[in-house]
Design a protein around this ligand. Structure first.
Ligand SMILES: Nc1ncnc2c1ncn2[C@@H]1O[C@H](COP(=O)(O)OP(=O)(O)OP(=O)(O)O)[C@@H](O)[C@H]1O
Length: 738
């Protein structure tokens, strides 16, 4: 039983062992299968990766090839582009050269024509206005385009062309560089005028002088111009010696004031002194306000001090538009005299740097009281400037210079042989677009004015001496005539005495203080050197001269004023200011120097009695050569014919006040009225010419022989000297423009 049990146990044990072994074998088989599957899977993965790597390699290869191809292509393109750019750059530089060349040629043509150059500058927005929309659309070379809003909301663009346009970012130095050649020509004997124009607050003072706090960088044209003149003068010191002096005046409410006075009085000058006082004219003295301080300067420091003084004296006030608005027109005049150290020739140049007061819409600037009065004066004088420009642009024979002191001040720059640059300023604000457009239109019109080629004021030593000789001979001749008059006429003692006192030919014997009476000193040379009182040496040096010529060139003696009852008023409508006329005379025509002399006499003679003229007129043919008499009468007749009409005209042309209107308004008016006057003048002259063969010849050829027609001022105050017969004047102006 036990054995059975043991056998059974053994059997069970064996079975269990077998079962275990079988399980183990099973397990092992399963593991093997699994690992086999894994292996297979790995193999597949490996194969796939191998394929992919192969593909990638292929792709990389082809990409590399593609890249290389592209690189090659790129290089090719790049070098092509380089070549292209190079040729374009060449073309562009050629284009710029051509443009530059064109600009130079254009400027030369303009110089020849004497066109007024016009530069335009746009003021930047004030700080705090950065989000404002500018009225200026575009600036390109010499063209400025502005956007003019219209009622239907759509803007309209309008373009204006000038010699140069400076955008809001232009610096003071950039601006000056462009006008430097003009400034420098003063040293070569040219007269130059640069004037800043524009509505109030547009940046005129900034351009001409600088901002309130002036630094080296921000200083304006005035300072730079003078520094530059000193620099060049210094560079030329081996060949030239230069003397520079400066005047600074302002026109405030039609009063001329000296800005360089130091006693704080700020002298005001009666108007007639502006141009008619002694010493008024010589290009040595320039335009001039005789009593205005003329200060010699020799360095930039001197200039800075003077200009600071001038700026302090200038009338400024706050308006709604500009808190430091210039309420006057200011003019800095620089007189330069250069002596050629080798030849002794003298060059004289004079430069006016004018900062005009700004035009303003009185309603907008909210001006009242004094400000309103100032604004009205400013607008009126700018309107007069518009009239002058209008008639110059139309080449009218009559130019109404005498309607304001401003136009008289600018007369020799606008109508003479100066080089003139108008610097027009505009504000960027779109609510100022009305003023901006009228300013730009006005400026465009100014650019059409042709003045004739500018001239150098130069005298060689020989010419200077000859001129001095001729002048002293004329003086001697006149004295002789004066003496013969004395012996011939016993009952006209009173008048003779007076006449001899007043005779311009006796000027050498006169007390020099005589000039202080308002009598202009005679000019004895084209270059405006005044007759020296002790000129006997020159007289002795006389070698040869043509007496006929001298007597023909001499003014009648005694000169005669207009007949009684003829009241010409203060305005010489035809010939403009004496200063300008004289400048033309002395610069251009020897013979006309006699007119200075006559002018002097006339100036002093303004208050002679009516009886004197009657007596004098009656006697004159007996005493003087027929030729002189006819010349005189001729001149006088001319004046009578011309002046009344002129006065009427000027009365009619001087009353516009809003600058916005000035252009359109005066334009048509001037052309129609002045044409009539021109024909009248011509008729008058031809009538005169019949009386005098000499004058007839001269009138036709616009000779300088014609004496200055006398100028009679009903109020006894001399306002002008040296009035011209119209044909001479007309010929001069129109002739120079062609
Ligand atoms: N180009 C500019 N750059 C920076 N500031 C300027 C410029 N132009 C003008 N300004 C500034 O604008 C203001 C007005 O300029 P400015 O006084 O020169 O005008 P204006 O035309 O002379 O005015 P007004 O006719 O009233 O005298 C000043 O504060 C000035 O400094």
């Amino acid at each position: 039983m036990v054995t059975k049990k043991e056998d059974c146990i053994h059997k069970n044990q064996d079975n269990a062992i077998v079962t275990k072994k079988e399980d183990r074998i099973h397990d092992n088989q399963a593991v093997d299968k699994e690992s086999e599957r894994q292996l297979l899977k790995q193999q597949m993965l490996f194969d796939q990766q191998q394929r992919e790597i192969k593909e990638l390699r292929h792709t990389l290869h082809s990409t590399k090839a593609g890249m290389q191809f592209l690189q090659m292509k790129f290089h090719e393109e790049f070098s092509n582009l380089g070549l292209h750019i190079h040729s374009l750059a060449n073309a562009a530089s050629g284009y710029h050269r051509v443009l530059e060349e064109n600009r130079k040629l254009y400027n030369q043509v303009q110089d020849l024509k004497g066109s007024i150059r016009v530069y335009c500058r746009v003021r930047p927005f004030f700080p705090g206005q950065s989000n404002h929309l500018s009225a200026v659309e575009n600036i390109e070379d010499g063209t400025i385009t502005v956007n003019i809003p219209s009622k239907n909301g759509k803007g309209r663009r309008s373009s204006f062309n000038f010699n140069k346009v400076f955008g809001p970012s232009a610096t003071q130095a950039e601006v000056f560089v462009d006008m430097q050649p003009l400034v420098r020509s003063v040293l070569d004997g040219y007269n130059v005028c640069i004037f800043a124009y524009g509505q109030t607050g547009s940046g005129k003072t900034y351009t001409m002088t600088g901002p309130k706090e002036i630094t080296d960088k921000s200083q304006g044209v005035n300072y730079r111009a003078l520094s530059d003149l000193f620099l060049i003068a210094d560079q030329r010191r081996d060949t030239f010696h230069y003397d520079v002096s400066v005047q600074m005046i302002e026109i405030y409410n039609e009063q001329v004031r000296d800005l360089l006075v130091t006693d704080g009085t700020n002298k005001r000058y009666p108007f007639y002194q502006l141009f008619d006082s002694p010493l008024v004219f010589s290009s040595q003295k320039g335009l001039s306000v005789p009593d205005a301080s003329m200060v010699p300067v020799s360095s930039t420091i001197d200039v800075i001090e003077l200009m600071n003084l001038g700026q302090r004296n200038r009338a400024v006030g706050a308006t709604a538009v500009n808190d430091r608005s210039s309420r006057s027109h200011s003019c800095l005049t620089v007189h330069v005299q250069g002596r050629d150290l080798t030849s002794g020739a003298i060059l004289r140049g004079c430069m006016h740097l004018v900062d005009l007061a700004g035009s303003e819409r009185v309603d907008k600037s909210e001006a009242t009281g004094d400000r309103l009065k100032e604004a009205q004066h400013i607008n009126k004088s700018l309107s007069a400037l518009g009239d002058v420009i209008a008639s110059l642009a139309q080449k009218n024979s009559h130019v109404p210079y005498r309607n304001s002191k401003l136009t008289q001040l600018l007369q020799d720059s606008l109508g003479g042989q100066a080089k003139t640059l108008m610097f027009v300023h505009i504000s960027p604000e779109s609510d100022a677009i009305g003023e901006t457009v009228s300013t730009l239109k006005f400026a465009e019109r100014v650019a059409t004015v042709e003045l004739g080629a500018a001239r150098v004021n130069k005298d060689s030593v020989d010419v200077k001496e000859l001129k001095e000789q001729i002048a002293s001979l004329k003086a001697a001749l006149a004295r002789k005539e004066g003496e013969s008059e004395h012996s011939l006429s016993s009952n006209s003692e009173k008048y003779r005495t007076k006449a001899s006192e007043l005779s311009p030919y006796n000027i050498n014997q006169r007390d020099p203080d005589m000039d202080q009476l308002g009598c202009r000193r005679p000019m004895v040379e084209v270059g405006n050197i005044e007759l020296q009182s002790n000129n006997t040496t020159l007289r002795h040096k006389t070698q040869s001269f043509d007496f006929d010529e001298i007597s023909a060139n001499s003014p009648p003696w005694p000169p005669v004023n207009n007949s009684p009852g003829q009241n010409y008023g203060e305005d010489d409508k035809e010939s403009g200011s004496g200063e300008w006329v004289d400048k033309v005379m002395v610069n251009k025509q020897d013979g006309n120097k006699t007119e200075n002399l006559l002018g002097c006499w006339q100036a002093s003679n303004g208050n002679l009695s009516e009886a004197f003229y009657q007596k004098y007129l009656k006697d004159s043919p007996k005493i003087y050569s027929e030729q002189s008499y006819n010349m005189f009468i001729g001149g006088n007749q001319f004046n009578i014919a011309g002046s009344d009409d002129m006065d009427e005209l000027d009365a009619a042309t001087s009353d516009s006040s809003e600058p916005d209107l000035l252009w359109q308004f005066n334009h048509s008016k001037l052309s129609s009225v002045t044409n009539g006057i021109g024909s009248k003048i011509m008729r008058s002259v031809s009538k005169t010419a019949k009386n005098s063969p000499e004058l007839s010849k001269n009138a036709v050829h616009s000779s300088p022989l014609g004496p200055s027609p006398s100028l009679k001022h009903s109020n006894g105050v001399s306002h002008r000297t040296g009035r011209h017969p119209a044909p001479v004047d007309v010929k001069r102006r129109t002739g120079s423009r062609k």
